[in-house]
Design a protein. Structure first.
Ligand code: SF4
Length: 355
C-alpha cells in the first residue's frame, strides 16, 4: 500500500527533483520528508527509469565495484541487534573467533585482490572501538591493505573522532556504520544503543575525512514509512554517504527475527532506485541477502542504480554468491569490475600532495 498517489508527483516535479538530487552534494539542500514520500510512491518502472538516468549521469553504467568483506573478529558482541548471529543476546549457532592475526588478514586481502576485488572491508564484532593493542593491530591491517593498492574499509562499531583520525592516517578509505532502519523503528530491533549514537559515529568519521559507508537492512518487519524515513535520513547526512549498502535480512536461527517473512523483491528494487536518485554520487551496494535473489532481479537492481556488490563466500557470517556466479552475471550483463580509487587519488599520492 503506497502512502501517496503517483499522480501527485508529476513528471515536471520529478525532473525538478532529479535536478535537485544531481546538485545535492554541492548545495547541501535538505530533502523534505514529503518529497521523499512522493518519490517513493512513483510507479515502479518510472522510478527505475529515472534512477537509471541519474545513474548514467553520475557513473559509468558498466562499472561494478567488487568488494570483499572479512570478519576479522567473530561473535561475542555485547549489542543486541535482533538480526545478528554475533550478538551474545541471541542463540545462533556460531563459533566465536578472536581477532585474526594481521598476517592472516593481509593474506586474505591479497587473495581478494587476485580475485578482482578492489575494496577490502574488515569487520569486527565490537560494540565500540577501545584503544589498545587490538585497535593498534586493526590500524596495521588497514595500512597493509592500503599499501596493496586496495581501498580499505572497516566496520568496528562506534568510534571516537581521535580513533577515526588514526584509521585515516593508516590509510582507511571508508568506514561502514549502518543506520539499519528508521529512527522510529530502531528500538524494535536494537535496544543497547541509540540512533543518535550511530549518527555521532558518522559525524566522527566525517570529521576525520573518511568516507562513510552507511545504509540499512530491509525486511526487519519495518513498515513502508520506516523505509522512507531511513532513506530520508541517509540522503540528508552531510556529507552524503559515499556508499549505501542495501541489505536484505537473512533470517538466522536463534535470533529474534528468525521467522521474519522476506521482503517483496519490488520493494527492494524501489528502495534501490530511490537511494540512487537521492544520493546520485554514492555507490549503491547490494549486500546481505543477495544469495536468495534471482539474477533477473539483480539485473533490475543494477538498472535501478546499484553499482557495487560484495564478492566472497561469506558476508561476515551470512552466505553470499560464489565468485564464478558473480563474474558470470557481470559477463552476461556486459558489466566490468570498477578500478580502485576511481574518484580520488590513492593514499600514497595524497600524502605526497600534502608534503
Ligand atoms: S550487528 Fe554488529 S553491533 Fe550488532 S550484534 Fe552484530 S556484530 Fe554486534
Amino acid at each position: 500500500m503506497l502512502l501517496f498517489r503517483p499522480h501527485l508527483f508529476t513528471r515536471v516535479g520529478l525532473v525538478f527533483f532529479c535536478t535537485l538530487a544531481h546538485n545535492r552534494n554541492m548545495t547541501n539542500t535538505a530533502y523534505s520528508l514529503d518529497s521523499v514520500k512522493a518519490l517513493y510512491a512513483r510507479p515502479l518502472l518510472d522510478l527505475v527509469y529515472e534512477a537509471a538516468s541519474v545513474h548514467r549521469a553520475n557513473h559509468d553504467p558498466q562499472d561494478m565495484q567488487m568488494c570483499t568483506l572479512l570478519s576479522i573478529k567473530t561473535g561475542g558482541c555485547a549489542e543486541d541487534c535482533g538480526y545478528c548471529s554475533q550478538s551474545i543476546h541471541n542463540n545462533a549457532d556460531l563459533e566465536k573467533e578472536i581477532l585474526m592475526k594481521t598476517s592472516d588478514v593481509l593474506e586474505q586481502a591479497r587473495k581478494a585482490k587476485e580475485s578482482g576485488s578492489t575494496r577490502f572491508c574488515m569487520g569486527a564484532a565490537w560494540p565500540r572501538v577501545l584503544d589498545g593493542r587490538a585497535f593498534d593491530r586493526v590500524c596495521d591491517m588497514v595500512k597493509g591493505v592500503s599499501d596493496m593498492g586496495m581501498e580499505a574499509c572497516c566496520t568496528l562499531g562506534m568510534l571516537t573522532e581521535a580513533q577515526a583520525v588514526r584509521l585515516k592516517e593508516a590509510g582507511l578509505t571508508a568506514y561502514n556504520h549502518n543506520l539499519d532502519t528508521s529512527r522510529e523503528f530502531y528500538d524494535k530491533v536494537i535496544t543497547t544503543r541509540s540512533y543518535d549514537e550511530r549518527l555521532d559515529t558518522l559525524k566522527n568519521v566525517a570529521k576525520a575525512g573518511i568516507a562513510a559507508c552507511c545504509g540499512g537492512i530491509l525486511g526487519l518487519g519495518e513498515r513502508e514509512e520506516d523505509r522512507i524515513s531511513l532513506l530520508h535520513t541517509l540522503a540528508n547526512l552531510n556529507p552524503q554517504p559515499e556508499s549505501v549498502p542495501i541489505n536484505v535480512l537473512v533470517p538466522v536461527a536463534g535470533t529474534p527475527l528468525e521467522k521474519q517473512k522476506p521482503i517483496d523483491i519490488f520493494e527492494w528494487i524501489r528502495c534501490i532506485a530511490v537511494a540512487r536518485i537521492l544520493m546520485p554520487k554514492a555507490m549503491v551496494r547490494l549486500s546481505a541477502g543477495r544469495l536468495t535473489i534471482s539474477k533477473e532481479a539483480q539485473a533490475l537492481a543494477f538498472m535501478a542504480g546499484a553499482n557495487a556488490i560484495f564478492t566472497g563466500e561469506k558476508l561476515l557470517t551470512t552466505p553470499n554468491p560464489e565468485k564464478d556466479a558473480d563474474y558470470g552475471l557481470l559477463a552476461e550483463l556486459g558489466l566490468k569490475p570498477r578500478a580502485p580509487y576511481k574518484d580520488g587519488p590513492e593514499p600514497a599520492e595524497k600524502q605526497a600532495d600534502a608534503a
